[in-house]
Ligand binder design. Structure first.
Ligand code: ZN
Length: 138
């Protein structure tokens, strides 16, 4: 079951500069910085009520974030939904005809198992499913 928007991912060119910008916007600093080597990204997170804002900067030109920024510029990159059982949701969405970008959940930032849906099957918006690791044994 999809429970809520867990976070919104925003692609940025310079995460240090954007951390300062968003700190001014929200009136509070980010609470965490994390490099996700498998995705070649640097991330930072701001907590806004129940939801988070994730800033993403490419750490290599091969990164999906580098390709996104080169093609579309900075901006909203994905919307992440919190799910209670990622395997069950992946199977349900596969059966509904959505195109999943990974066959098995992978380890994402912020202690999550994640799976992405191809934006061409979701009206152009990249969707991330995420499940907190350890809330449920996989
Ligand atoms: Zn994300």
């Amino acid at each position: 079951m999809i429970r809520k928007i867990e976070h919104i991912g925003i692609a940025v060119k310079d995460i240090e500069a954007s951390n300062l910008l968003f700190e001014k916007l929200f009136g509070k600093p980010h609470y965490k910085v994390e490099a996700v080597d498998s995705e070649a990204v640097k991330t930072s997170f701001f907590q806004i009520g129940e939801t988070k804002i994730e800033l993403l900067e490419a750490s290599a030109e091969t990164s999906a974030i580098a390709k996104f920024v080169n093609k579309k510029g900075e901006g909203i990159h994905h919307i992440a939904y919190d799910v209670d059982d990622i395997l069950q949701e992946m199977e349900r969405l596969r059966q509904e005809g959505f195109e999943l970008l990974n066959d098995v959940p992978k380890k994402g930032a912020d202690n999550k198992l994640v799976c992405f849906l191809h934006p061409k099957s979701t009206n152009g918006v990249l969707v991330e499913l995420c499940q907190e690791i350890d809330t449920k044994k996989l």
